[in-house]
Design a protein around this ligand. Structure first.
Ligand code: S3P
Length: 457
């Protein structure tokens, strides 16, 4: 993805548009690319381990390839050995080397936040940057705890990228109480904690995705998890372990699967199967919500692969009803609200989504982008500071909107899903951001029967 996309005149982006048109039933099986969160973590922990780490099913999207390039720039040996097959030869905790150039993480907030944690404990300086979307995202959530541990940061405007990370080879352990429910922040602190002596803890009021904890254990680190008495958790890592390289198998990404799954629920007559998805309970909120809305979906062949629960998802189209989504569920479906809003636009009745403040600081202001896009497609919505209400009529929405994807892959894919079931086509101005998480989205959807048109794929 080119830098400065948002600054380009609309004319230069004209050939990147895509449109979605009313489609016949979606049918068949589709293999969803590897999980983005797990892929980033596998590359980073592989680089901090001693020995050769084989990764199977790595997501080869722009975000993750940026992390792969970053780990190579920091001295790990990172090689692709086949489709989705990668080998990382790590340099051990504290063993990375100063990169020769700025590290550009593209569109990836996960890449940037996790990298800040990983670099905090290296005794050298690194400059991180990214595209216009990433350069606008807040980093204080990671720099504040990491500064307490002994790293220093100099960012544009205080806490924005480009940012220099001045690592320390003398980090101190901390106990960090999360002020926002964020797996990125938790992971940044734990990655820094690998370099500090003694115990580093993170206390989270609401549990967030736990791929880091699972993978750290898989690599031999000591990670304890205890309840905090309420619904929260305290995660404690014993610092300065020797991480032993392990094979990692990356399951299909349930956040990417959400787009064909919701399309399959909405387009009449559809039945699709999405095998091998990660069904970690801390990622499963969307599927629980859709089931409450009356969706016909089932998990089959449930199994455990590479330390993560996995299953095959089967969805069949049928009517949905609006519901109130509990705010407490937000951390388990934070990336899925845009596509849930598309399902809500087609459901019978109102769907109320609360506790969405974090959506304002994702790849775009997702709350605003969803609300504006739905209005452009003739859907009745109420947008609050941190809530969204979508009023569905149980019939196909009018559609016909041209939606700005705002450098946001999930906004782009969500509105393409809506266009498959709307009365009139829905267009997005720029399909390129989709490559940050889901390369092959357009051809996968076309393979299921979706009528998607345009050059960007
Ligand atoms: C991620 C955590 C979430 C999510 C992002 C991936 C991760 O961000 O939105 O897409 O891999 O840890 P927050 O931690 O900011 O909620």
């Amino acid at each position: 993805m080119a830098d400065n996309d948002a600054e380009q005149p609309a004319g230069n982006r004209a050939n990147r548009g895509l449109s979605a048109h009313g489609s016949g039933p979606l049918r068949g099986a589709a293999k969803i690319p590897g999980d983005k969160s797990i892929s980033h973590r596998a590359l980073m922990l592989g680089a901090l381990a001693v020995g050769e780490c084989q990764i199977d099913g790595l997501l080869e999207s722009d975000d993750v390839l940026r992390t792969a390039a970053a780990m190579a720039a920091l001295g790990a040996e990172v090689t692709q050995t086949g489709a989705g097959q990668w080998r990382v030869w790590g340099r051990g905790v504290g063993g990375l080397r100063e990169p020769e150039d700025v590290i550009d993480l593209g569109n990836s907030g996960t890449g940037a936040r996790l990298m800040a944690g990983l670099l905090a404990g290296q005794g050298f300086n690194t400059v991180l940057t990214g595209d216009a979307s990433l350069r606008s995202r807040p980093m204080a959530r990671v720099t504040v705890p990491l500064t307490k541990m002994g790293a220093r940061f100099v960012g544009r405007g205080g806490d924005r990228l480009p940012m220099m990370v001045m690592g320390s080879s003398d980090l101190q352990p901390i106990t960090h109480e999360q002020s926002v429910a964020s797996a990125q922040v938790k992971t940044a602190v734990l990655l820094a904690g690998l370099h500090a002596p003694g115990e580093t803890s993170v206390i989270e009021a609401a549990p967030t995705r736990d791929h880091t904890e699972r993978m750290l254990r898989h690599f031999g680190a000591q990670v304890g998890v205890s309840g905090d008495g309420g619904n929260g958790r305290k995660i404690t890592l014993t610092g300065q372990p020797e991480l032993a390289a392990q094979a990692v198998r990356v399951p299909g990404d349930p956040s990417s699967a959400a787009f064909p799954a919701v399309a399959g629920l909405l387009v009449p007559g559809s039945e699709i199967r999405l095998p091998g998805l990660c069904r970690n309970p801390l990622r499963a909120g969307l599927y629980e919500t859709l089931a409450e809305m009356g969706a016909d979906l089932a998990w089959e062949a449930k199994r455990e692969e590479g330390g993560e629960p996995v299953g095959d998802l089967v969805v069949r189209a049928g009517p949905l009803r609006g519901i109130e989504v509990p705010a407490s569920r937000a951390p388990t479906m934070i990336d899925e609200y845009p596509v849930l809003a598309m399902a809500a636009a087609c459901a019978q009745g109102s769907t109320v989504m609360r506790g969405l403040g974090e959506l304002r600081v994702k790849e775009s202001d997702r709350l605003g982008a969803v609300a504006r896009g739905l209005v452009a497609c003739g859907v009745d919505v109420e947008e609050g500071d941190d809530h969204l209400v979508v009023h569905g009529k149980g019939t196909p929405p009018p559609g016909g909107g041209l939606v700005a994807s705002a450098l946001d892959h999930r906004i782009a894919m969500s509105f393409l899903v809506l266009g498959l079931v709307s009365q009139k086509p829905v267009a997005i101005d720029d399909g390129e951001p989709i490559a940050s998480s889901f390369p092959g989205f357009v051809s996968l959807m076309r393979g299921l029967g979706a009528d998607l048109r345009g050059a960007a794929a």
